[in-house]
Design a protein around this ligand. Structure first.
Ligand code: URA
Length: 424
């Protein structure tokens, strides 16, 4: 077999055989298929698609490129959640300890932010001392002591996806449903979780801009998980406006701690509790503690403190703050009709909360505090948001990103419901 034959087959809208897929993923992982050949194949897949059988074969081949983790030594079921990413999406931070407090183990491998969406590991690294890299044995220790672990995937997990995702990122081939679904699910299946809840975001701040696209991605991923023996369910949720009132690493940790203390913004609380219920149901834990109760009685907060400490972090340490702030005022009195997730995400990224290249550092304190959300009554001159950055020179480009990103009018514009649909 050779790479040109496989590329030509997909270029000409053919269906790749299982043998072709197994060969090309294995040969690419070993360096026998060159990056330029794989990028041509990725582009052919983006343009011509893959059917469900091809996507399942592609996913299985990527899983087989590395190790598969195993949590069978644990005495309770495992449950995980994956979000396709958004602006202000800090849900993993309160959710993982909350679900642990309700009776499941949560082994979560997470990622870093790239572009305008944040990454869970960058957020947690703003807690002084917290460590993202753990060996498999350390992961098991943290799971046993805290009930939840959130850490970086080691180099042995789906190495084919690691190489391919970096290539897609620089060849304009990220936005393909077969490639996104197989990339996410190969890592989640290899991670060894028994059940999985997918939070597929929809709107300007998400990969999927429409409900139709998001539904197709969710259905594809649910089928891949279910066929691989992982109990999988997906929620389609709104990302046309930011989630919560904090966007940026340390600011989002602070908001997550508020939720764990029984407070926090209503949308973050609602989504956290709903996802927790879905995870417990998928894990088959019917008699566990109710998530709302675990937020009220402090047991979720206790699990958070154990989880942070077990990974070297100090849950009582002061979080980093940016040196400079700037207030953006409401331009006119009325109803805040729009607050666009992409504009806010891009502005936070330009303030230093995100990175342009994988190797860049992030500023932990940078980001945006939102003082109003769509539907709120606002008065001209009141604070709409506070921008945080380490250098004042960053404010101008952040303000440019926000231009046209919010509006005040007479009545609220139509916005997506927070939870749009559930796919099983
Ligand atoms: N996240 C992933 O892990 N892979 C993709 O392809 C897109 C988002």
């Amino acid at each position: 077999m050779d790479a040109i034959e496989v590329i030509r087959a997909k270029r000409d809208r053919g269906e790749l055989t299982t043998a072709q897929i197994d060969w090309v993923i294995d040969a690419y992982t070993r360096g026998e298929v060159a990056d330029e050949q794989m990028s041509a194949l990725a582009m052919a897949i983006l343009l011509n698609g893959m059917n469900r059988r091809e996507i399942a074969d592609w996913t299985q081949a990527m899983i087989r490129s590395g190790e598969r983790m195993d949590w069978s030594a644990l005495d309770r079921p495992t449950a995980d959640k994956h979000s396709t990413g958004g602006v202000g999406d800090k849900i993993t931070l309160p959710l993982a300890p909350l679900v642990a407090a309700c009776g499941a183990y949560v082994p979560q491998l997470s990622g870093r932010g790239l572009g305008h969406t944040g990454g869970t590991l960058d957020k947690l690294e703003s807690v002084p001392g917290w460590r993202a890299s753990l060996s498999n044995a350390e992961m098991l220790d943290v799971l046993r002591s805290a009930g939840a672990v959130v850490c970086a995937a080691g180099s042995g997990l789906a190495p084919a996806d690691k190489k391919l995702y970096a290539l897609r990122d620089v060849t304009g081939t990220v936005e393909s449903i077969p490639l996104i679904a197989s990339s996410i699910m190969s890592k989640k299946i290899a991670e060894g979780t028994g059940s999985l809840v997918l939070d597929v975001k929809v709107g300007s701040g998400a990969f999927m801009k429409t409900v139709t696209e998001a539904r197709e991605l969710a259905e594809t991923m649910v089928a891949l998980g279910t066929d691989a023996g992982v109990r999988t369910v997906a929620l389609l949720t709104a990302m046309d406006r930011p989630l919560g009132r904090a966007v940026g690493n340390a600011l989002e940790v602070a908001e997550s701690v508020e939720v764990l203390a029984g407070g926090g913004p209503a949308d973050v609380v609602e989504l956290t509790v709903r996802l927790a219920r879905e995870m417990l149901e998928a894990a088959g834990i019917a008699a566990g503690k109710d998530p709302e109760k675990a937020l009220e009685d402090g047991s979720a907060m206790d699990a958070w403190r154990r989880m942070i400490s077990a990974q070297g972090g100090d849950p009582d340490a002061l979080l980093p703050r940016a040196a400079e702030t700037m207030t953006v005022e409401v331009p006119a009195s009325g109803v805040l009709t729009r607050l666009d997730a992409y504009a806010v995400g891009l502005a936070a990224w330009r303030l230093g909360a995100g990175r342009a290249r994988k190797e860049d550092p992030v500023s932990f304190g940078a980001g945006i505090e939102l003082h109003a959300k769509p539907g709120d009554l606002v008065r001209a001159g009141q604070a709409l948001m506070t921008l945080h950055a380490d250098e004042t020179s960053r404010f101008e480009r952040a303000l440019e990103a926000l231009e046209g990103g919010y509006a005040v009018g007479d009545a609220t514009e139509e916005q997506l419901p927070l939870i749009i649909d559930r796919i099983t």
